[in-house]
Design a protein around this ligand. Structure first.
Ligand code: FAD
Length: 504
């Protein structure tokens, strides 16, 4: 029987991200997927600034970069495609993460390259095998798979198991974890086309609030374009996959001879979240843990956040033989954040419906308008592995630390998260000292001590307000701030608090 540090069930985006990270932390990883090929129906198209930064951690930012285009903006329109609200212009906008707010990518290209990268890594991948059941005790998980080519059953064991097996997760069912339904369940048809002619559709995403049929236009990475149309309850879902119907739906934008339909699918857009993301040594990540309608383009991003949050905690626990305290912070941190994404993604759908129903956009209630683009930002983490166990604005605990970057002519020309390293880091604008004992502990964690050069502070509008306070920040491997020093809190107090939280 083969034993692994971590077994990953499901090699979609979330499982692949977890596999790459865990392998990079030196873990022995097994991945199981029931499919031979990568998924090829139309799904994710946008990757956020934080998404790109997480890809940097896993060494796949270049894959997204070469297959993506920056999104110009977004707005809500009436049926004639005239702006009625929530318009945002994203041109030239770069965030503290060092990347544009949103970029459009072609998923078959990125998934193929990510799979190639995994196949050339030390990760063991077994395809065309379906996960069927598991058992666990305090020390490990044993599980069974079935070979879909010859029906042979196989058994494996691992210290930890990650269920990244998508919306109908068998891992979640085996763990008997119920889901909470946040009440957005609508059928939509999703269509990807390849343009035959030069593009004339612009670079803005449009949420079309047409009472007859809500729609979304996505200006995907050229030469591709994406449309999504709601299907009403009385309508025949399958008919929406017929070319003649698709041509009619897209006729507001293009004539049939101007494009070729390349992918199409009918989905029920859900908003659900699992009650727990962990049971014993088993974890849920990605759509297995939460599903959001795609209006915010944050579903896969949430899955990436899960994978990033969990991977370093698993690796640190295994390497240092820690008890469960560190790993238990995974769901404490991830459930409230994922819930926000699921709820607010559905909120955009509700706002579209409200605009479509209203005679004039002004009639739409302000609390709904606040759900639109430009009105909210992703929240910080609230509770978990932070100084004192919770986020604290005065120390920036729970926030993401900005990426060190180099500017030329006000444009970012180099992104330098590598300065922070792959593990924890202590970062300041001045040389600092820590006690001998704490040095040993930080060495165990592979923590980098960084005095950031002045040029990276003065030119960086996000770094400047943090480091000009003459503070030292303790940053986690996922770039969240654990805490920072102030007149009452010394560096050693920060480190002692971290030690107490993960070693006791
Ligand atoms: C139309 C649409 C548009 C979207 N747009 C965006 C977007 O722009 N940005 C964004 O961030 N998100 C977007 N999303 C959401 C995003 O696509 C999903 O959140 C993401 O694909 C989920 O990834 P995952 O790895 O969790 O699951 P999946 O991609 O579903 O992968 C699950 C894997 O598990 C395997 N598997 C399942 N069961 C078993 C089993 N029993 N044994 C072995 N293997 C198994 C499957 O074969 C599959 O490979 C969109 C979704 C839709 C539907």
């Amino acid at each position: 029987m083969n034993h692994f540090d971590v077994a990953i069930i499901g090699l979609g985006p979330a499982g692949s991200m977890a596999a790459l990270l865990l392998e990079s932390y030196g873990m022995k990883v097994l991945c199981i997927d029931r499919e031979k090929e990568i998924y090829n129906l139309p799904r994710a198209v946008t990757v956020s600034d934080q998404g790109f930064r997480m890809c940097q951690l896993a060494g796949i930012d270049d894959i997204y970069l070469k297959n993506s285009t920056i999104l110009g903006g977004a707005y809500f329109s009436n049926k004639n495609l005239e702006i009625i609200g929530g318009s945002i212009d994203l041109k030239g906008f770069v965030s503290a993460n060092g990347w544009p707010a949103s970029s459009l990518f072609h998923q078959p290209f990125t998934d193929r390259d990510i799979r190639n990268k995994l196949e050339n890594s030390n990760v063991e991948i077994i395809l065309e095998h379906e996960f069927i059941s598991l058992n666990q005790n305090q020390e490990s998980v044993s599980f069974k798979t079935i070979n879909l080519r010859n029906q042979e059953e196989k058994e494996f064991t691992s210290r930890y198991l990650i269920g990244s097996d998508g919306g109908s997760s068998v891992v979640r069912k085996q763990l008997d974890i119920p889901q909470e339904d946040l009440n957005y369940n609508r059928d939509w048809v999703v269509i990807d086309v390849e343009l035959n002619n030069p593009d004339k559709l612009g670079d803005k995403l449009i949420q079309v609030c047409d009472k007859e049929r809500l729609a979304t236009f996505v200006p995907s990475h050229l030469p591709f374009r994406r449309w999504e149309f709601i299907i009403h309850e009385h309508e025949d879902k399958e008919s929406f996959l017929e070319d003649t119907i698709i041509h009619e739906l897209i006729s507001k934008w293009l004539k049939p001879e101007e494009y070729r339909i390349i992918r199409k699918a009918v989905y029920q857009f859900h908003s659900v979240i699992a009650k727990n993301f962990q049971k014993g040594n088993c974890f849920l990540v990605g759509d297995a843990a939460h599903q959001a309608p795609p209006f915010m383009g944050e579903g896969m991003m949430s899955g990436y956040r899960d994978a990033v949050n969990l991977s370093w905690k698993i690796a640190t626990s295994i390497k240092n033989k820690l008890n469960a305290n560190l790993i238990d912070t995974y769901e404490i941190e991830r459930i409230p954040h994922s819930r926000f994404v699921v709820k607010n993604s559905a909120g955009i759908g509700e706002l579209m419906e409200a605009y479509a129903e209203a005679e004039t956009p002004e009639q739409v209630a302000q609390d709904l308008v606040q759900k639109g683009y430009g009105s909210f930002i992703l929240p910080n983490l609230t509770k978990g592995l932070f100084f004192g166990g919770k986020a604290d604005e005065s120390m920036n605990a729970g926030e993401i630390f900005p990426q060190p970057v180099e500017f030329e002519n006000k444009e970012i020309v180099r992104r330098m998260d590598h300065i922070l390293g792959k593990g924890f880091s202590l970062i300041s604008n001045y040389p600092f000292e820590i006690s001998e004992d704490n040095h040993e502990f930080l060495d165990l964690l592979g923590c980098k001590l960084v005095t950031l050069e002045k040029k990276y502070i003065a030119e960086n509008p996000w770094m400047k307000p943090l480091l000009e306070k003459d503070r030292t920040y303790l940053i986690r491997p996922d770039r969240y701030i654990f805490g920072s020093t102030n007149s009452n809190i010394s560096i050693d107090m920060l480190i002692n608090d971290l030690k107490m939280r993960i070693m006791n």
